[in-house]
Write a protein of this length. Sequence first.
Length: 159
Amino acid sequence: MKDRIIVYYSLGGNTRRIAEWIQQEIGGDLAEIQTVRPYTGSYDDIVDQGHAEVNRGFRPEIKPLKADFNDYRQVILGSPVWWYTLAPAMNTFLESQDWAGREVYPYATNGGWIGHTFRDFERACVNARIHTGLDVKFNGSALQTPEQEIQKWILSISN
């Protein structure tokens, strides 16, 4: 079994940026969750669509990961916060996996309030050991969370 995979969903690039930072610091394979039907339109159109999807519990179809998830015991999960919870594409992924015996380190990127995002990670990753998550704040693409706080969390991830 391989050591670590970093699985993330990123619409605007902020969550990807943190995933790549994690990989650079501690290694692991990167796997991006991608929807079969990409979000299109203006920012406001996508926000409205995302809000409606969260409200109705929509789970978009996602493309298969390029890595075999079953090969990993340690999983770092990254999702943007959409209306105080996980992005619908992340939920699709989480609900399709067997979490038994895995170590999970979640992080969430957002421009405001984290809401119940980390509780939702815990609910979805049944039978996994969930570690304390990292709340990463952005203002647009400008990082607001101190870099040393992110670095400390990354380095706390054990082998």
